[in-house]
Design a protein around this ligand. Sequence first.
Ligand SMILES: [Fe+2]
Ligand SMILES: [Fe+2]
Length: 282
Amino acid sequence: MLISEVIMQIKHYCKGSWMGMQIDEERTRDKILYGDPDRECTGIVTTIYASVDVIRKAHELGANLIIAHEALLWNRGDHREWLEESQNRTYLAKKKLMDDYGIVVWRFHDYIHSGIPYKDGYIDGIFYGLAKETGWDDAQIHGEMANALYLECEPTTPGEVGKLIMEKWHLNGLKCIGNMDAKVTKIMVCGHVMEGGDSNSLIRKIDKEDINLLLPMELIDFTLTEYIKDSGQLGMDRAILAAGHFNVEEPGMKYMLKWIDDALSEHIDTHYVQAGDMYTYM
Ligand SMILES: [Fe+2]
Ligand SMILES: [Fe+2]
């Protein structure tokens, strides 16, 4: 099967609409970021992003299609002119590697978040995959928004949850904030806590609904982090375990192995390659 056909069939398998609107082919992030898709697919690697090591590993595995959730060349839209113009050395070396190995990179973001088949409808493929890979079968999945995943559980501690996700998501460590002795019965993956706004609505929700443990994707020191630190110092059951954006979403790309055969008209060897914990700690 041609790589272009693989991509078409995967898109077709997904819901393909987003907040009630059909995904716009012009504006979607889900583009071929590198390479020529009009060639036979020799194998597929799924990952969170096509790092240099993932490209090397794909070649080793005999795969020429990398399906990645995030951008390839360090900017939204994967614009390359500025890298060409400045002859960026890392860019040139990464490009050479992809050329030498005949690698195609396709970004699979909007379609997988739009939904994979589930019961009579669709469910966000990234956060559903995250729940399944973690063993959180009771989690409620709300998709890519402030409250991406919500779970009520038997009383536990941030440390216990931390041990579980470090094992299941294959992490080197976690940033821990707040009260590490907190009694945890409500866990939430809370999306992107970033510069350029506030976290007022999130803080209001945490206080009102008594949510104990937050697993953010992006996290800055302002707003939510300060709030959780203060709450913890007041002895409240509040903590954050910050694994990082890619670490939180990557299990969803691993879970893709469970359904890719249903999406494709013929079997293609598919491997999951973890881009690796973004962080090492010392
Ligand atoms: Fe993301
Ligand atoms: Fe995502």
